[in-house]
Design a binder for this molecule. Sequence first.
Ligand code: CU
Length: 281
Amino acid sequence: MANDGVPLSFHDPSVQGQVADDVLIPPAGRSEVVVLAPSGASTPLQTGCVDYGPLGEDDPTRDVATIALGTPLRLHYMPSAAAARPKKEPFGDIHSWPIAAHRVVNFSEIAQKGKFLINDKSYDPDGPAMFASKTGTVEEWTVSNYAPELHAFHIHQIHFLVEDINGVKQPPSMWRDMIMLPYARTVNGKLQPSVMHLLMDFRDPIVAGTFVFHCHILPHEDLGMMAKIEVEGTTRPLPTHGFRTGFLTKGEPAICKLPRTFPLCGCNKRANTLALAGSRR
Ligand SMILES: [Cu+2]
């Protein structure tokens, strides 16, 4: 039904869901699914074998839980069809927006030295942001993996639409904030990085400040595979003081008075929300 908190119908309401026997969930990814009850008395929920590449760790199939059927639950409440109807992409079709910037993001590593890099740089918490972007815009990022193992691209604050992976066009339901980067392969003695194109959605006025994008395989992140992005809001106040109000229409400049008034941690979206809730009292 949904991935990373975004319903499959977010872009196209006619998409009501997908039927699948298994779902690839990256580290820190989220999927919402309805499971048909298994027929047996108890059934294992398994994490399947994932090929992490020649340099990656083995990740074999194993049970993570056992599902045992009990007495059928009687559902006392189900939302109405109208209430359950998913909201459509609030800023309109992302494809209809101009691309404000094209950026290249290369994941690589120097395995012998234990270095994990983005654009040949190791994360420096005191260093400048790698990219400067603007609230109210859409950017296209070309993200490549030059390492012979999987990495997991994640960005705080926003979602992105995956356009293609290694040249294969992706469905319009591919809104994520987590995506596995296929590992690089060596073909005829030449390293071939994986490549994907992402439409990065900075249109929400609440998206502003300095935050990070990184590999969500945590040892990689901790060894440097992380970078900062600084998203500049505008100082013009929101039309109303509400949170997630005044959605932008196409061409309207982004408006947010919040970006620099709160500590710029990686999760200032939540900090902003809490601060707004507090200010209403
Ligand atoms: Cu990684």
